[in-house]
Design a protein around this ligand. Structure first.
Ligand SMILES: CC(C)(COP(=O)(O)OP(=O)(O)OC[C@H]1O[C@@H](n2cnc3c(N)ncnc32)[C@H](O)[C@@H]1OP(=O)(O)O)[C@@H](O)C(=O)NCCC(=O)NCCS
Length: 223
């Protein structure tokens, strides 16, 4: 069977339906594989890293420092994005870091990283962190997070990155979620832009919150 793939030229993605049988129809153009070399498989840059949690990584209550785990997450996000792009990458933003379960000294922590989304010069790396108790074998989900990484050339300029090949419903779901998250972030930034924000419009919504509004009287304000 001739290897075929489809791409939407307005987005940095390629959809491959060889194994899906989803039968999507135009607007996608149909081209032969060599033309798709600007797209890379997600699998090619997936990374897994496992580390034993030593006492020196712990805080005063004997659990592993959240900051230490963040450091590991940043490292694996860097490795994954750099592998995909072929350039060193910087962390542009980190979305949502929830520490779902504490990690104990002596546990094995496994981090998995995979490219969820590719923009022009940016990539969203999805991360999953699990810890395993060596004696009981119990595995805990500790964290899932999304790191936006930007590829840089040797002069520090942002450089275009290859797109990803979306070859499963799950990969399309992850890509779509990143797109939506970016759009929500943009509208939230606009809504709370400090130059345009009207605090008076929010005073009613603050009723019942654990905060006391104590604005200076008009005459008290500094000129
Ligand atoms: C993040 C950074 C690369 C953006 O650079 P910039 O000159 O503003 O570049 P642009 O506005 O062209 O944005 C480049 C890409 O980054 C994305 N980006 C920029 N800021 C972002 C943010 N806060 N969150 C998510 N993505 C962001 C843009 O959407 C764009 O993506 P695209 O090319 O795929 O469309 C730059 O601000 C930087 O180098 N920051 C410091 C990074 C760093 O040192 N990290 C480690 C901190 S210790």
């Amino acid at each position: 069977m001739a290897a075929m793939c489809f791409f939407d030229s307005s987005k940095n993605i390629s959809l491959s339906f060889l194994s899906l049988g989803t039968g999507l129809s135009p607007p996608y153009h149909c081209v032969r594989l060599p033309f798709c070399m600007k797209y890379k498989s997600i699998k090619a840059s997936q990374i897994t890293m496992t580390q034993l949690m030593l006492p020196s990584y712990s805080n005063f209550s004997g659990k592993i420092h959240g900051g230490y785990v963040l450091n590991l997450m940043d490292q694996i996000a860097f490795a994954c994005a750099s592998k995909h792009s072929g350039y060193y990458c910087v962390t542009a933003s980190v979305n949502k870091v929830d520490f779902l379960n504490p990690i104990e000294v002596g546990e094995l922590v496994t981090l998995k990283a995979s490219i969820n989304f590719t923009g022009r010069t940016s990539m969203v790396v999805g991360l999953r962190v699990e810890s395993e108790n060596i004696q009981t074998g119990v595995v805990k989900h500790c964290n899932s997070s999304y790191f936006t990484m930007v590829a840089k050339d040797k002069d520090g300029q942002s450089v275009p990155v290859p797109g990803i090949i979306l070859n499963s419903a799950e990969s399309i779901r992850r890509f779509a979620r990143s797109m939506e998250r970016q759009q929500h972030a943009q509208s939230r930034d606009q809504l709370f832009n400090s130059a345009d924000f009207n605090h008076q419009a929010y005073l009613d919504k603050l009723v019942g919150q654990n905060a006391k509004v104590s604005l200076p009287e008009a005459g008290d304000r500094k000129a």
